[in-house]
Design a protein around this ligand. Structure first.
Ligand SMILES: [Cu+2]
Length: 253
């Protein structure tokens, strides 16, 4: 069987297009969708933003590939095909379409963001998250305003939170901008010097989850790690009651 040039080009392009449109499942993306109360809010925003990006990407690829295959200059014809720039309706269309895409993404992001940052009544615990160069300090207000757990770049701290109970986090910094980020919980909020940010969420799943600083904040930024340890409410109570002696013990050594 013989193929003409156009058919041969399609054989090369079609598999590439298929690879480009391959969708990742939730399992592939690493987001379970219910690790925290924030996942429940933002997971649909994440999913639909990627679907919208996929539609725009495929449409754009077709617009590029189609003329490259079907509107090539004829072998013995003029050097350039008929030029169609300054087409006002087309220019208006490709100004308005991106505007509506950005406006749509902006609108849904603001709606979800307001849902996340609006304080709720049912907060059970409060923890202050202080980012500093280059680690984290967690103050458990349940234990007392001066009871802190402080990490170092060599020994990243553990943030212990109770499963199924809403916690309010006060996000602060005394030096430069840091980013309090827990990828599994689909949340990040910046620690800004001179600004007090607030965030609330409930951790739903027991286990350890990596956390890190996601704003480049200096030499040891890459070591600004922490672990979120979600424990049962009873284990959390025990942790809080043990915290004070532990801190005192640590300061003596
Ligand atoms: Cu940092």
């Amino acid at each position: 069987m013989k193929f003409n040039t156009t058919q041969r080009r399609l054989f090369v392009i079609a598999p590439a297009l298929l690879a480009l449109t391959g969708c990742a499942t939730d399992a592939d993306s690493g987001f379970s969708g219910d690790a925290s109360s924030i996942n429940e809010i933002t997971h649909s925003l994440w999913t639909y933003s990627w679907l919208a990006a996929a539609v725009v990407g495929v449409f754009t690829a077709i617009l590029i590939v189609w003329p490259a295959i079907f509107h090539r200059a004829p072998k013995n014809g003029p050097e350039f095909p008929k030029q169609t720039q300054y087409n006002v309706p087309v220019e208006i269309a490709y100004t308005l379409i991106p505007f509506f895409i950005v406006a749509g993404l902006f609108y849904f992001t603001i709606v979800k963001q307001n849902e996340i940052v609006t304080p709720q009544e049912n907060v059970k615990h409060e923890i202050v998250v202080n980012g500093f160069q280059w680690s984290w300090q967690f103050t458990y207000l349940d234990a007392g305003e001066d009871i802190t757990v402080t990490g170092t770049p060599a020994k990243p701290p553990v943030l212990v939170v109770p499963q199924g109970e809403r916690v309010r986090y006060t996000i602060v910094s005394n030096d430069v901008v840091h980013g309090f980020w827990i990828p599994e919980f689909m949340i990040q909020m910046q620690n800004l010097p001179g600004v007090t940010n607030r965030l609330e969420f409930t951790a739903n799943k027991l286990g350890d989850f990596p956390g890190r600083c996601n704003i480049l904040c200096g030499r040891n930024h890459a070591q600004m790690l922490f672990t979120v340890r979600v424990v049962t409410p009873a284990e959390y109570e025990t942790y809080i009651s043990n915290l004070k002696p532990e801190v005192e013990k640590a300061s003596l050594t």
